[in-house]
Design a protein around this ligand. Structure first.
Ligand code: ATP
Ligand code: MG
Length: 304
C-alpha cells in the first residue's frame, strides 16, 4: 500500500536559521504518527511543508500520492489542518465558523455532530472571542475535520486543554483512525504520544534522531527495569543476587531497589520472593517510558 506521506531529504531554513535539516520519513496509511521534539525543533515547519503551506529549500514530499505544491487544490479537499497558531474573527459565532468552513468543501462532515463530539454544542451561538482557550482549540479541531478528510494534521493537539478534554480528543483521534484515516500530529506531551501514536519520530535541531513505535523506542534505548520493594527480611538482598538479570541492588533501611534488564526481570524478582518466602510490605515497578527515551537521546527533558 502507498504511504499517506513520503518525505525525503526535506530541508528548510529561515535566513540563517536552519529549521529542518535533511528529514526523511514515511507515514503509513491508517496510522497515527507523531512528531515529537522540544520547542524550535522544526516540527511545525516540517508539518507546514507537508501541508503545502511552506516551500521547502530541498527534498521531495508526496501526500496521498500528490505534490503538496502542484496539487494544492486537489489536496485541500482531502486533508484537514489544525494550525498551532490560529485566529478567527472576534465576532464569528461557533456555528457560523463551522458553516463557513463546510461551505469551502464539496465533501463535508455533519457540523452539529462534530460540535457535539467536541463538547461545543452549548457554545454554538457564542462568539469566537468569548470562547476559552481550550474551547477555541476544540473548535479548530472541529474545523480540521469538517471535510471528513483522509489525512488530518494536528499541530499541538491538546496544548492548553484540561485532562478531561484531552481524553475526549484522544478518543476522537482514535475514532479517526478507526474510520481508516491517517493522523499526523505534533505534541509536547510524552504521555499523549505514548498513548495515541502508532509510531513517533523524535526531532531535534531539525533532524530526526529516531523513529519507531513508542514501545520499540523504549526497548531500544531504555531496556533497564527497576523494582522497588520494602522488606524486613535480612536475607533478601543476598537472595536477589542470585537472579541473573539483576544488575544492581541498593538497600536503604528496609527499602531495596533492584535494577536489571530483560523482559523477564520483574517475573524473576517475583519468583525469587515467592520461592524464598520473603515477605514484602510494598512492591512497585518503575518502567521507562518515552520521556526517558527523550532524555537519553537528547540529554534534556522535553520541557526544558
Ligand atoms: N516564519 C519564520 N521565520 C523565521 N524563523 C522561523 C519561522 N518559523 C519558525 N522559525 C524558526 O525555525 C525553527 C523551527 O521552528 P518551528 O516552529 O518549526 O519549531 P517547532 O518544533 O514547531 O517548535 P514548538 O514546539 O515551539 O512549536 C525555530 O528556530 C524558529 O525560530
Ligand atoms: Mg510548533
Amino acid at each position: 500500500m502507498r504511504p499517506a506521506i513520503q518525505v525525503s531529504g526535506l530541508s528548510k531554513s529561515y535566513g540563517d536559521t536552519v529549521a529542518v535539516n535533511g528529514v526523511s520519513f514515511e507515514v503509513s496509511d491508517g496510522e497515527i504518527f507523531g512528531l515529537i521534539g522540544p520547542n524550535g525543533a522544526g516540527k511545525t515547519t516540517t508539518m507546514e511543508c507537508i501541508e503545502g503551506m511552506r516551500r521547502p529549500d530541498k527534498g521531495t514530499i508526496s501526500v496521498l500520492g500528490l505534490d503538496p505544491f502542484r496539487n494544492v487544490y486537489e489536496l485541500q479537499e482531502r486533508i484537514g489542518v489544525q494550525l498551532q497558531q490560529a485566529q478567527l474573527q472576534k465576532r464569528i459565532k461557533v456555528w457560523e465558523a463551522v458553516d463557513l468552513w463546510a461551505s469551502l468543501y464539496r465533501k463535508k462532515a455533519v457540523g452539529e455532530r462534530l460540535l457535539e463530539q467536541l463538547g461545543l454544542s452549548e457554545k454554538r451561538n457564542t462568539w469566537f472571542m468569548n470562547l476559552s482557550g481550550g474551547q477555541k482549540q476544540r473548535l479548530f479541531i472541529a474545523l480540521a475535520l469538517i471535510n471528513d478528510p483522509e489525512l488530518v494534521f494536528l499541530d499541538e493537539l491538546t496544548t492548553g486543554l484540561d485532562p478531561q478534554a484531552r481524553h475526549t480528543i484522544w478518543d476522537l483521534v482514535r475514532g479517526i483512525r478507526e474510520r481508516g484515516k491517517t493522523v499526523f500530529l505534533t505534541t509536547h506531551l510524552m504521555e499523549e504520544a505514548e498513548r495515541l501514536c502508532d509510531r513517533v519520530a523524535i526531532l531535534e535541531h531539525g533532524r530526526i534522531i529516531d523513529i519507531g513505535s513508542p514501545e520499540s523506542l523504549v526497548k531500544r534505548h531504555c531496556p533497564e527495569r527497576t523494582v522497588v520493594l520494602v522488606t524486613t527480611d535480612a536475607t533478601a538482598a543476598e537472595r536477589f543476587r542470585t537472579i541473573v538479570c539483576v544488575d544492581t541492588i541498593t538497600c536503604l533501611d528496609t527499602e531495596i531497589t533492584l535494577r536489571g534488564h530483560g523482559d523477564d526481570f520483574v517475573t524473576e524478582v517475583i519468583q525469587c520472593l515467592s520461592e524464598s518466602g520473603i515477605r514484602v510490605t510494598d512492591f512497585r515497578t518503575i518502567l521507562p517510558n518515552l520521556e526517558d527515551v527523550f532524555l537519553k537521546l537528547t540529554g534534556r527533558s522535553i520541557r526544558d
